[in-house]
Design a protein around this ligand. Structure first.
Ligand code: BG6
Ligand code: MG
Length: 220
């Protein structure tokens, strides 16, 4: 039985995926090239430096390690300018009521994000107190699809990986959950998030009880 819900942050709880995309696009354009939304799907869920290295590869641009760090810092400055203005209005539909319903269902709750800006975003949107455990980019050493971030979450919550369900909008994140031997619900488009147990457009109208029920029925 499921005892814990683990949420990705960007693109699941808040719509920061668009801010990441904007900032990366601006950086690529500054370097004289562009990339597509399809390419952007590959950036979701992976760390800042891994993202930048992919982007530089797409543009055929070579930089020294020091320049790569500087470009990552620049992108993050633009990104932080955007997220600093965030409010609770930018929480995605259904998130607050699902998080509230966890307590009454006796379900633990963790954040499992690759972002080093996770605490700032949770503070700005007033969501910090919903989470029993927060694992973010400051605590993990390898990017999703490595399962480290989710396994750490489970460990801190003191539940087995098989007792966790992950909510993810990224291909890399769905793979990470699978690699952790957890159930995974995709948030986004079914045509993109093929390997999830199932896919929802967002969390609107979803309660903990409903999700637990559906997971129980679809257990393989
Ligand atoms: C993930 C995002 O949550 O965090 C990625 O999906 C992002 O797009 C990664 O690159 C790292 O975020 P940050 O805030 O540390 O640059
Ligand atoms: Mg995400």
């Amino acid at each position: 039985t499921i005892k814990a819900f683990i949420f990705d942050l960007d693109g699941v709880i808040v719509d920061t995926a668009v801010y990441h995309f904007k900032a990366w696009k601006k950086l690529a354009n500054t370097l004289g090239f562009d990339f597509t939304e399809a390419q952007n799907e590959q950036l979701k869920g992976i760390s800042r430096i891994d993202s930048l290295n992919l982007i530089l590869g797409w543009g055929g641009v070579e930089k020294t390690a020091k320049e790569v760090q500087e470009l990552a810092t620049l992108k993050n400055q633009w990104y932080v300018e955007m997220i600093n203005k965030m409010t609770a209005q930018e929480i995605l539909p259904g998130v607050q009521s699902l998080l509230s319903s966890l307590k009454s269902a006796g379900i633990k709750c963790a954040l499992g994000s690759a972002s080093k800006n996770a605490s700032l975003i949770l503070e700005r949107t007033g969501l910090t107190s919903f989470f029993d455990v927060i694992v973010d980019g400051n605590e993990v050493s390898v990017s999703k699809p490595n399962p480290e971030v989710f396994l750490k979450g489970a460990q801190l919550l003191q539940v087995a990986p098989q007792q966790c369900v992950v909510f993810e909008d990224a291909l890399a994140g769905i793979e990470a959950a699978k690699n952790a031997d957890m159930r995974v619900i995709g948030i986004g488009e079914e045509s993109i998030l093929k390997n999830a147990d199932w896919v929802l457009p967002n969390l609107e109208g979803q309660s903990a009880a409903q999700i637990l029920n559906k997971l129980e029925k679809s257990r393989s």
